[in-house]
Design a protein around this ligand. Sequence first.
Ligand SMILES: [Zn+2]
Length: 208
Amino acid sequence: WPLLEDLYEENIPVYRFIQKPGDLVWVNSGTVHWVQAIGWCNNIAWNVGPLTVRQYQLAVERYEWNKLQSVKSIVPIIHLSWNLARNVKISEPKLFEQIKYCLLRTLKQCQMTLEYIKTLGLEAKWHGRSKGEAAYYCNICEIEVFNILFVIEQEKKFHVHCLDCARKTSSTLEGFIVLNQYTMDDLMEVYDNFQLHQQKSAITASSS
Ligand SMILES: [Zn+2]
């Protein structure tokens, strides 16, 4: 537990309270928190991600920070963003812009990676993706690996690497198989079709 006096001195806002039976406590994003039982209790907690621009931005920032710290991100943001683009209608302009920007960056990254492996005389083999297939993480640095997987067989097991770790293993990618999960045409179609959704009810409400 932190020393409350230290927090008061640094002007850090602190709330301390007792959660009574039936109370639900919402701990907002970015809130450092401690919980301690003062008696017998059931401890139930959910991690939730409301689809708001603040939540998305914080998630992306944490994702990037994790990369710098070589910590695995539990939420594969690229995978998630493409799923949002495919399946969810977004009507909040700022959230839409941020997701679209993430898609754009990924598209660019995929195109550059494909061009790079071409210069090495390699070609990505079609692998596709089965329904509900989980996101991949690099076996070395634990970064999320999206769409283009660098696979190497070690001790009769297949390991996925990111491009950087694959290049560190072999600058010519010797011994690696490059697998491709989505076609660029498919990704471009998803990108183009992902448009800001106009809420009909909002328009009706404002015009009446
Ligand atoms: Zn890696």
